[in-house]
Design a protein around this ligand. Structure first.
Ligand code: SF4
Length: 328
């Protein structure tokens, strides 16, 4: 591991100022992602700015039925919170299906949405990877790509985003609160991550030094009726081959509102507007759910080893929608 300096921030202002003092600085909170990457020599921060003492760990219920998650709340704390489990079941489920109990006790909500891809070529510094070294190529496109994207990729990068939580946040219309050098911003989660295009090294809309302070879960008609389904190679401590977060507001047998998001299929947590359009105004039945699965996967394309993900996504979508929208 490279030598690096360490500084502890005591408030947001000092965190931002310390970050600005060194172009090679990086934030550290739970450390479950950045320390791994440092050990593998994938990232080489010259200064780690520890933000764990910032007062951003609370989980607060909001008067309108929403919940505000401090960015430093751990995955375990959020998953176990009664209001999150009752009002946003897909969010709690996504966390409990992530990582291991030990990691969930350390990893934070802010870090979770910022985590880097698990593409093996990204983590192997002997391989070509445009995300790690822009312009070096992408070893995955003609390599072992069973885990890779079937939608949203580019000629530069076909990785998948590893976060389960971020997929569930899409189904909850979550808002990411950020503090930067020019002030505070609120970013809807579906505008937070960016597709690789020709700049796969850029993964979010954050500017250098921006600090995530909270993730807000607003009260919506469909949030309470939500479900997170994760399909993976083994039953625990594994990333998704395909995952689905679905939330439906069904009244008198008709879908009034829908959110449909997929994980494991794209370089970003993938919201399917086409799938949602195929649901709203339609009867909540098996035919509608099958049509939504077709709409959500239209245009997906595999790279050989990952072709199976398209049919897998269709079946997972139908199963998740049936869970939240089955006629009672
Ligand atoms: Fe790198 Fe993306 Fe290609 Fe993986 S898919 S090797 S992360 S450029």
């Amino acid at each position: 591991m490279n030598a690096f300096r360490y500084a502890q921030a005591h408030d947001a202002a000092s965190a931002l100022a310390t970050m600005a003092s060194d172009p090679g600085a990086a934030y550290i909170a739970g450390g479950t992602n950045v320390v791994d990457l440092m050990k593998d020599d994938v990232v080489r921060p010259t200064l780690l700015v520890d933000i764990t003492r910032l007062p951003m760990r609370g989980i607060d219920t909001l008067p309108d039925g929403g919940v505000r998650l401090g960015a430093l709340a751990t995955m375990s704390e959020v998953a176990d919170h009664a209001a999150v489990a009752a009002r946003f079941p897909a969010v709690a489920q996504s966390l409990l299906l992530s990582a291991s109990p030990q990691l969930r006790n350390m990893a934070t909500i802010g870090g979770n949405v910022m985590q880097r891809t698990r593409c093996a070529y990204f983590r192997d510094v002997s391989q070509a990877c445009n995300k790690r070294v822009p312009g070096s190529g992408c070893a995955a496109i003609s390599g072992v790509n069973r885990q890779h994207a079937v939608v949203g990729g580019s000629k530069q990068c076909i990785c998948t985003h590893p976060s389960d939580l971020a997929v569930a946040l899409l189904s909850a219309d979550a808002i990411v609160h950020v503090r930067g050098r020019s002030g505070d911003r609120a970013i809807p989660i579906d505008r937070f991550h960016v597709l690789p295009g020709t700049t796969p090294q850029r993964e979010t809309v954050l500017e250098r030094g921006d600090l995530i302070t909270a993730v807000e879960l607003p009260a919506t008609a469909s949030a309470r009726t939500s479900f997170y389904l994760k399909v993976r190679d083994r039953a625990s401590y594994e990333f998704a081959l395909v995952s689905v977060a679905a939330s439906l507001d069904v009244r008198a047998g008709t879908v009034r509102a829908a959110r449909l998001a997929l994980g494991g299929v794209a370089p970003i947590p993938w919201r399917s507007h086409d799938g949602e359009r195929a649901l709203v105004g339609k009867p909540a039945n098996a035919g509608t759910f099958a049509a939504a699965a077709q709409a959500a996967t239209r245009g997906m394309r595999g790279y050989g080893q990952n072709d199976f993900k398209i049919a897998l996504a269709q079946r997972a979508i139908v199963r998740a929608l049936s869970q939240v929208g089955a006629p009672s």
